[in-house]
Design a protein around this ligand. Structure first.
Ligand code: NAG
Ligand code: NAG
Ligand code: NAG
Ligand code: NAG
Ligand code: NAG
Length: 450
């Protein structure tokens, strides 16, 4: 019997290796699964290239849930969500068969929410609320009619936004709405018409209203990489016996409303379109715009399959036109919404992390120095090959392009990006020798309020 177990452990190990997924493109990661019940305990591992970072992510989700999720998920979300039948009769089609399950779930759900409430209280027991202008925790908690500190990171692919997003998320009891627009693929949303739906999703999520976001859940159930960043939610839903909680709109909405800090990052929406979000008094969102030297950006995007297919991603004239438009929008927003926008460059974040992260804390008005320091300690200068190749913000990353890009390419790029580089304080490299010399520091001061 023992021997049999050893063999089966080996078999399971081999199988789990074969379950390694090669993410072709972040929007169509395929999860190879087996439906056999006894393999349920095998972890699903997925390689994610989410446009900003590639990393290997373990998804402790039960197999039967990922087998043709698109077919089964929707109904589950609705029926199981519906703990209070009188609230929404339209989704109780199959109430009769599910009543028993629901009763259990309703109790589980309340227990999990209770646990989250007390965890949050404990995590923030040493938190100085006066940083955030609050007297009690309730002032920041939506469940008790408070108003959370909401932070929106606007960036574009491979600008370091995953790093910044996770840095912000390191603040205790922060709820991270990770890339709600992932389903749009490698596309920039530039026109107000295209933005209507996206803005509506963003606003609803910031208001913790997940009901009716079917498309989001459908996408999320296929691309579970979302949960690798929405860690706080995942912590509570992952152990649920059915795992449906992670896709249960009502549960997520209630859970979300417990968190005093809420953050989101978007790499597909240009800054000028977030006016509508800034204008929403109920939300009172603060925005951090993260920019990066187009040369470093393009160097980092090269040979990425997700990028090669979209001119929004690889065409320098489009990319740099976005940078110019972000600059113009930043200037306008700073005038109209004082104190609501912070602009930072990836190079400053990476080369001067102490100063730059302090700017972020002062801007957000949160007591997060300790959390940020811990995050920086564990996420920078980290050289881990392969599996956990996540965030490495070392001194050489921002300037790596100087030594790896072909000067002819850089010269063309600089022509297309002349205006963007001037506005954002990036200096030209005049020739190959100049580009590669250590004396050449491409980053200089810039100012938005010209
Ligand atoms: C998954 O479900 C969809 C919708 O019901 C169906 O069209 C598709 O064939 C199913 N795929 C598999 C692999 O069963
Ligand atoms: C169900 O919903 C109704 C109306 O919205 C509400 O009055 C009632 O208290 C709810 N019941 C439970 C158990 O939440
Ligand atoms: C909390 O922060 C405020 C400033 O924001 C400071 O004046 C106060 O001394 C701090 N309280 C504690 C207990 O550290
Ligand atoms: C490269 O540019 C620098 C700075 O403009 C200049 O001093 C140098 O002579 C140039 N070198 C070559 C090989 O053109
Ligand atoms: C509307 C709906 O989905 N009804 C289903 C409820 O469950 C029974 C069997 O359990 C199905 O036959 C119905 O189609």
């Amino acid at each position: 019997m023992r021997r049999y177990n050893t063999y089966s452990i080996c078999l399971i190990f081999m199988l789990s290796i074969s379950v390694f997924i090669i993410g072709t493109q972040y929007i169509d990661n395929i999860i190879y699964l087996t439906s056999t019940e006894r393999w349920k305990s095998i972890k699903v591992i997925i390689k994610v290239e989410d446009g900003d970072d590639s990393y290997v992510q373990e998804i402790p989700i039960k197999f039967y849930h990922t087998v043709n999720y698109s077919a089964t998920n929707k109904e589950d979300i609705h029926t199981i969500t519906n703990e209070n039948q009188s609230q929404d009769l339209t989704v109780t089609n199959n109430a009769s068969t599910l009543t028993h399950k629901q009763t259990h779930l309703a109790t589980d759900l309340e227990n999990i929410l209770d646990k989250a409430r007390s965890d949050i209280r404990r995590q923030l027991s040493n938190y100085n609320l006066s940083y955030s202008g609050a007297h009690t925790l309730e002032d920041l908690v939506m469940e008790s009619e408070g108003s959370p500190i909401r932070t929106l990171v606007i960036s574009s692919w491979r600008s370091g936004s995953t790093f910044l997003g996770d840095l912000v998320n390191s603040i205790p009891s922060n709820y991270y709405h990770y890339e709600p627009l992932l389903m749009y693929g490698t596309k920039q949303i530039r026109s107000p018409n295209d933005a209507t739906e996206a803005l509506s999703i963003v606003k609803r999520m910031f208001k913790c209203n997940f009901e009716g976001l079917d498309e989001y859940f459908e996408f999320e159930s296929k691309d579970l990489s979302l949960f690798s960043h929405s860690t706080r939610l995942w912590d509570y839903c992952k152990d649920d016996k059915t795992n449906d909680l992670c896709f249960n709109a009502q549960f997520i909405s209630r859970m979300c409303k417990l968190f005093p800090f809420q953050s989101m990052k978007l790499v597909r929406l240009r800054l000028r379109l977030v006016d509508e979000i800034l204008n929403d008094k109920e939300l009172n969102v603060k925005v951090i715009l993260l920019m990066r030297d187009p040369r470093g950006l393009m160097q980092s995007r090269r040979h990425r399959r997700f990028c090669e297919l979209s001119s929004d991603c690889w065409e320098p004239s489009l990319v740099c036109a976005d940078m110019v438009s972000d600059y113009v929008a930043a200037r306008s927003i700073m005038q109209r919404y004082p104190g609501r926008l912070l602009v930072i460059r990836f190079e400053d974040l990476a080369l001067k992390p102490d100063v730059t992260t302090q700017q972020i804390l002062d801007f957000m008005r949160v007591d997060g120095r300790k959390a940020f320091d811990e995050f920086l300690k564990s996420h920078t200068n980290m050289e881990v090959a392969g599996v956990h190749s996540t965030f490495k913000v070392t001194r050489n990353i921002p300037l790596k392009w100087k030594y790896t890009l072909d000067y002819n390419y850089v010269a063309d790029l600089q022509i297309a990006c002349k205006e963007a580089m001037r506005l954002w304080g990036y200096k030209m490299a005049y020739n190959e020798t100049h580009m590669m010399s250590n004396e050449f520091n491409p980053v200089e001061d810039y100012s938005i309020s010209k």
